[in-house]
Design a protein around this ligand. Structure first.
Ligand code: PMP
Length: 429
């Protein structure tokens, strides 16, 4: 790969840096990219993305979660286009608002109502407001390292945020019942909510499925104290189950938060809740200029229909199993130890003995050069548009990439930007 072939990306980075603070911000900022990782994408279709220089990748980031069925799924696009011809952002909601609400509530066991917004942070923050409005209490418990969005109460980095903004937030350790009990006891009569992600899917560290006794204890402690149990299903929603993800451990939350995959890439999020919390939910001030847009709702309705009526999930899991097994075999053959954790359809791949991720960063860089978009520290996603032949191509690339990093491993150095993010996140949690 020559520098010449990355010229469009380089030119866009330089122009962005002049007119946008930091160029491209957040989790896709240049500071977190390794050499050879494209920052700009020109188009996407099915399981593939094309970067600004026209190179094609099988995309295992899936836009960090929204791509569930394949980019530009024709069934979803047809619904969105139909609605687009009628109207999108209008003076009030379209009838599809009600149709989508009815469909969503019919699919999610714990839910009797739903409210729509745009981003995940909108609905995690609203969930906390509903919990506080319902209980009249202040304290919120989150698992250390869990991501719930960018608002002051939950941001993983605290630059520009006051200690006062986070005064009533405390952390516990995911899956650790004792630490949860301690945090609940310490909150006393001031506990408003316990937030959980459906499984531990934090960056930089092995993922963990929820222990059933932990999930049950979360429920029991909320029942005992009157606090609300909130499942943040923004990343996992419809990737694990056709219901709230904690239906898999037989625990029903009071509220659940959804976004990312629910409209296969169209911008919409949803807060779902049980009857008991309807009154509090109807009294918080909840609105936004684009929150009633009809096109994303039509896309979400089509997505939910596909979720309910097809085997997209089983297909994705089967591919995930083949990927995990195939990567394991090939890594071992090259003398490398992988730690592949979490559900197979949302894999995180770390290397054993690689605390600063230098091997992982080099491996993903080598995969990207071979047309496979892998991520070294955020969980990845498979989408149902992937095929067995995509997995075979991925494994062939991995074989080469493992050989390359096994050869150069002694020359690898830590990635400065990633080390800096790790340090600021551990200071904030
Ligand atoms: N919660 C979880 C579990 C998430 O993964 C995310 C987004 N990565 C959010 C909340 C915040 O969503 P958004 O970026 O749309 O505000």
């Amino acid at each position: 790969m020559t520098n010449q072939s990355r010229s469009a990306d380089a030119a866009l980075r330089a122009r962005a840096a002049r007119v946008v603070p930091g160029g491209v911000y957040g989790h896709v900022s240049a500071a977190l990219m390794s050499a050879g990782t494209p920052q700009f994408f020109a188009r996407a279709k099915g399981a593939r993305v094309w970067d600004a220089d026209g190179r094609e990748y099988i995309d295992y980031s899936c836009a960090y979660g929204p791509n569930l069925l394949g980019y530009g799924d024709p069934r979803v696009e047809a619904a969105a286009e139909r609605q687009g011809r009628l109207g999108d952002t209008m003076t009030g909601p379209s009838p599809v608002y009600v149709e989508l609400a009815e469909k969503f509530v019919s699919m999610v066991t714990h839910a009797d109502w739903v409210m729509f917004a745009k981003n995940g942070t909108d609905v995690t923050t609203a969930a906390l407001a509903v919990a506080r409005a319902h209980t009249g209490r202040r304290r919120v418990l989150v698992a250390a390292g869990s991501y719930h969005g960018t608002a002051p109460w939950c941001s993983p980095v605290t630059t520009g945020i006051l200690a006062d903004d986070r005064a009533h937030r405390r952390t516990y350790t995911y899956n650790d019942v004792e630490s949860l009990e301690r945090a609940v006891a310490e909150a006393g009569s001031d506990l408003a909510a316990i937030f959980v992600t459906p499984f531990k899917h934090d960056v930089f560290t092995d993922q963990e499925l929820p222990r059933p006794e932990y999930a049950r204890r979360c429920r029991a402690l909320c029942d005992k104290t009157g606090a609300l149990l909130v499942v943040d299903d923004i990343r996992g929603g419809f990737r694990l189950a056709r219901d709230c993800s904690w239906s898999l451990v037989d625990v029903q939350p009071d509220l659940s938060c959804w976004s990312k995959a629910i409209a296969n890439g169209y911008p919409i999020s949803a807060l779902l809740g049980a009857e008991k919390f309807r009154d509090a939910a109807s009294h918080i001030f909840f609105t936004g200029s684009f929150w009633f847009s009809a096109v994303p709702m039509a896309a979400a309705l089509a997505t939910l229909e596909i979720v309910a009526s097809t085997r997209y999930l089983e297909h994705t899991v089967a591919l995930g199993n083949a990927l995990r097994e195939g990567l394991h075999e090939r890594a071992v053959a090259h003398g490398l130890g992988l730690s592949q954790t979490g559900p197979v359809q949302m894999p995180l791949i770390l290397f054993e003995g690689d605390p600063d991720l230098r091997l992982g960063v080099a491996f993903c860089g080598a995969m990207i050069q071979r047309g496979i978009y892998f991520h070294p520290w955020h969980n990845m996603f498979l989408c149902s548009a992937m095929t067995e032949s995509d997995i075979e191509r991925t494994l062939a690339a991995a074989d080469d990439a493992f050989a390359e990093i096994a050869r150069i491993r002694m020359t690898l150095r830590p990635h400065e930007g990633i080390a800096a993010l790790m340090a600021s996140m551990s200071a904030a949690s």
